[in-house]
Design a protein around this ligand. Structure first.
Ligand code: FMN
Length: 262
């Protein structure tokens, strides 16, 4: 009888341990508040703790001043010093790490953080904001530089589309299993084929207003969603290189590009 009770107790303990709720922290750097807005949206949907990464000497001024300082620092290998965090990383299991994309990777203060912080055994969920793209390339850098952490799938949004964050973050958190709800299952994109005139028009509607040229569409695949159609354009950029541009065309609204994958 004693043996049976011990076994039952052990089984109950095991179940309790395996159901231990993971503790989440949203940790972010934001230079001009776009990533801050995204971080606050994630925090609000998860109802978890949040902390901001701050530089001792903040990056101030317009885009060009920040760009100049960033270029000087990255060329000289100098990284910005950070103020101590308010939260203790060790108290959390899953860290949602947010940043703006700078030069195709995470902003320099994240490099400072990675140099000073041990993320061993933590799950990192990257999230970022960008002008055109950089989720894939910044995540690849994170995998190299936060070696002992487990880097999970991330989420990124263009600064110009930040008003869509609420809806997209919800879908992302549900799909990743961090929030309850029914995950939307989307079909695969159809095979790439030559772009028709109508598709070219959609591409230009989505991309022409952007401050930098995004290339010429060569081929495209598409898929239907509940709200409209999504396109995956392959574009020719410089020197015969290609990039992929994701475009969303919701019924009755203008087409927008959501991300450039270089
Ligand atoms: C120094 C610097 C470099 C940037 N480099 C890129 C880039 O390589 N790719 C991109 O899509 N956006 C780039 N951007 C745009 C930012 O990623 C974008 O504006 C972001 O949403 C800003 O976030 P924040 O308001 O949280 O600072 C850059 C911005 C700055 C200031």
């Amino acid at each position: 009888m004693k043996k049976v009770l011990t076994l039952i107790f052990a089984a109950l303990l095991l179940t309790a341990c395996s159901q231990k709720k993971e503790k989440f922290l949203v940790l972010y750097y934001s230079q001009s508040n776009t990533t801050k807005a995204l971080a606050e949206e994630i925090q609000s949907q998860l109802q978890c703790d949040i902390d901001e990464i701050e530089c001792t000497n903040p990056y101030t001024g317009d885009f060009n001043s920040v760009l100049t300082r960033w270029q000087e620092e990255s060329q000289s290998g100098k990284k910005p010093e950070l103020n101590p965090l308010s939260k203790n990383i060790n108290d959390y299991d899953v860290i949602f790490l947010g940043y703006p994309v700078w030069g195709g990777t995470y902003a320099l203060p994240i490099a400072s953080l990675l140099e000073k912080t041990d993320f061993a055994g933590k799950k990192l969920v990257p999230f970022c904001t960008f002008g055109s793209g950089g989720l894939n390339t910044s995540c690849a850098e994170l995998k190299k530089n936060a070696k002992n952490a487990q880097i999970l799938n991330g989420y990124g949004i263009r600064q110009a589309r930040i008003s869509n964050a609420k809806e997209e973050v919800s879908k992302f958190l549900i799909k990743a299993g961090f929030k309850q709800g029914e995950a939307e299952v989307l079909p695969e994109f159809s095979a790439q084929k030559e772009v028709t005139d109508a598709e070219k028009e959609i591409f230009h509607q989505a991309c022409d207003g952007y401050q930098f040229p995004l290339g010429n569409p060569i081929t495209v695949g598409s898929r239907a969603t509940k709200e409209g159609t999504e396109y995956l354009f392959t574009v020719e950029v410089q020197d015969g290189k290609t990039a992929q541009i994701f475009v969303i065309k919701k019924d009755n609204s203008k087409a927008e590009f959501t991300e450039v994958v270089r």
